[in-house]
Design a protein around this ligand. Structure first.
Ligand SMILES: *C/C=C(C)/C=C/C=C(C)/C=C/C1=C(C)CCCC1(C)C
Length: 254
């Protein structure tokens, strides 16, 4: 426990100076998108502190889920600092930073489906690997298409195939079946909330790729505003569902 507490403290001491060092550029009062970049970068820091601190009070088997939640918002916080700088100093979309963020946070979020099931029942490792591979295919397709390494439409199709595979696994595949048959109520409802976030909340990103990039019909302001607001639900909301199950299950057994 003391080692864990020291680790959490160490993580927070790294996090807090990084806020101070993020230069921030010059935020203008008439830049609502810039303001959302600021609000969300700070919200991600607050969420990180919350999840890491809460990881200390849940029962042992739930700890990993909450630490991973804290890592998701930590990684997002750091990328938001950088994206915010790009936005306020150039007014351009920070696309590369977004993809780098996604490459780390999205696989971690998909692994949470496995972790919350593993905290309450026996789950095959295959679930973990399938979710991970589906996620990597989805992001790699999108990145290669958007960066121009492969045809943009082909990249989109590969990305959509990866997403479809993930959705299959959490609705009709083994993960979905284990959740329906073996998980306690609190985990069932977290699983279902997370699944809808991945279906509806995450649909924003392929829509952004399609309309913003393939069809070229969305301006940078709207695109970034939508992505920013969506990230609050899709990252902090997603992790709060996990936190709710973790604390309910830990309290029930205390
Ligand atoms: C916090 C960031 C999140 C949850 C980002 C999620 C991103 C996606 C679900 C992206 C999906 C894509 C497709 C399904 C096809 C086209 C390419 C992508 C990468 C935009």
């Amino acid at each position: 426990m003391t080692i864990l507490k020291s680790a959490v403290l160490a993580a927070l001491t790294i996090l807090i100076p990084s806020i101070a060092f993020a230069a921030g550029g010059n935020l203008e009062a008439n830049d609502p998108v810039g303001i959302t970049f600021w609000l969300i970068s700070i919200a991600m820091v607050a969420a990180t502190v919350f999840f890491l601190m809460e990881s200390l009070r849940v029962s042992g088997k739930w700890r990993t889920s909450l630490i991973v939640s804290g890592l998701v918002t930590l990684v997002a916080a750091v990328h938001y600092f950088y994206m915010r700088d790009v936005w306020v100093s150039t007014g351009a979309s920070p696309t590369v930073f977004r993809y780098v963020d996604w490459l780390i946070t999205v696989p971690l979020q998909m692994i949470e489906f496995y972790l919350i099931l593993a905290a309450c029942t026996a789950v095959a490792m295959g679930v973990f690997w399938r979710l991970l591979v589906g996620t990597v295919i989805m992001l790699l397709g999108g990145y290669l298409g958007e960066a121009g390494f492969i045809n943009a439409t082909l990249g989109f199709v590969i990305g959509m195939a990866g997403w479809a595979y993930i959705l299959y696994e959490i609705f009709a595949g083994e993960a979905g079946k284990v959740a329906a048959d073996e998980a306690p109520d609190s985990v069932k409802s977290a699983f279902s909330m997370m699944r809808w976030i991945v279906t509806i909340g995450w649909a924003i990103y392929p829509l952004g790729y399609f309309f913003g990039y393939l069809a070229g019909g969305v301006d940078d302001n709207s695109l970034n505003l939508i992505y920013n607001v969506a990230d609050v639900v899709n990252k902090i909301g997603f992790c709060l569902a996990i936190w709710a199950a973790a604390t309910t299950e830990s309290d029930a057994k205390a």
